[in-house]
Design a protein around this ligand. Structure first.
Ligand code: ZN
Length: 278
């Protein structure tokens, strides 16, 4: 008795077009509930060949049971949920990317400064910035004021240095004057090799290379070294180093800037071509 009060378990027909299932609610089910395409076999045709057959028998043969349908739907829902979570993760990743890109536009110069040396600002090239700096042997034009460092005594040598620029300027201008205490004259070539050697052996310097050429300053020979090196394995740097000697004294004027900085190169060129003997 009880069994007859319970509705008969429903069967479900699978659509061959969209793979959705339609409940076999009545003997008139002909079209897919989801896409409206006609089922290949319908109950009326089947019944003609199976006299005495029932809708339930038809459903068992061509459809799936209520239990199978429920399990299928549950699996589908789980899959949809998983896809949803993946979409959420992707959305979060995109958001992080957009924020980072935005920040790098806003704070680009600052962020890049973490990875490479700063660049020389175009304002540094403005004529009004430039002034004469006069050392012991030479003088030149400089866009920054050179400040004296305390004199340094090396074996047989007294060194006086003046420097301008640094981290934030993107350029360093350094004049180093050395007096050999026991030599009344030194060779230009020797002095140039020694200054190059001391640059090459500075800590953090690698892949040091340069070319050298002789030039005349007010009729006197000097050597100009132009080269590059990598600082701390990360920052490619360029330099120009001018060496001049007179008797037992030598002077090195060194300008360094980031290797790919065209403004820095312009500033360095301008300094080097402004040199005169005192
Ligand atoms: Zn369909």
């Amino acid at each position: 008795m009880h069994r007859q009060l319970t509705p008969l378990p429903m069967n479900y027909m699978k659509c061959l077009h969209c793979s959705e299932h339609s409940a076999l609610k009545s003997e008139y089910l002909t079209f897919c509930d989801a896409c409206g395409k006609k089922f290949p076999v319908i109950y009326k045709d089947w019944l003609a060949q199976h006299p005495g057959g029932s809708l339930e028998a038809f459903g068992r043969e061509y459809g799936i049971s209520e239990a199978e349908f429920t399990a299928l739907e549950r699996r589908k829902a789980r899959k949809a949920g998983f896809t949803g979570r993946k979409k959420l993760t992707l959305a979060a990743a995109i958001a992080v990317f957009v924020v980072c890109t935005g920040l790098s536009f806003l704070y680009g110069p600052y962020l890049m400064a973490v990875f490479r040396e700063p660049r020389v600002s175009a304002g540094l090239l403005e004529e009004a910035q430039w002034r004469t700096f006069r050392g012991h042997l030479i003088r030149m034009q400089s866009p920054l004021s050179l400040k004296p460092e305390s004199p340094e005594d090396r074996p047989n040598m007294r060194v006086k240095a003046f420097q301008a620029g640094g981290k934030t300027d993107g350029i360093v201008i350094r004049m180093e004057e050395s007096v050999y205490l026991s030599q009344s004259s030194i060779l230009l070539e020797t002095a140039a090799q020694q200054t190059a050697r001391s640059m090459e052996t500075r800590s953090g310097v690698s892949r040091f290379s340069y070319t050298s050429r002789e030039l005349q300053i007010d009729g006197q020979p000097a050597l100009l070294q132009q080269g590059s090196y990598v600082l701390r394995e990360t920052a490619p740097m360029a330099f120009q180093s001018l060496i001049f000697v007179r008797g037992g004294s030598q002077v090195q004027l060194l300008v360094t800037h980031a290797a790919d900085d065209a403004t820095g190169k312009q500033a360095a060129d301008k300094i080097m071509t402004s040199i005169h003997l005192n």
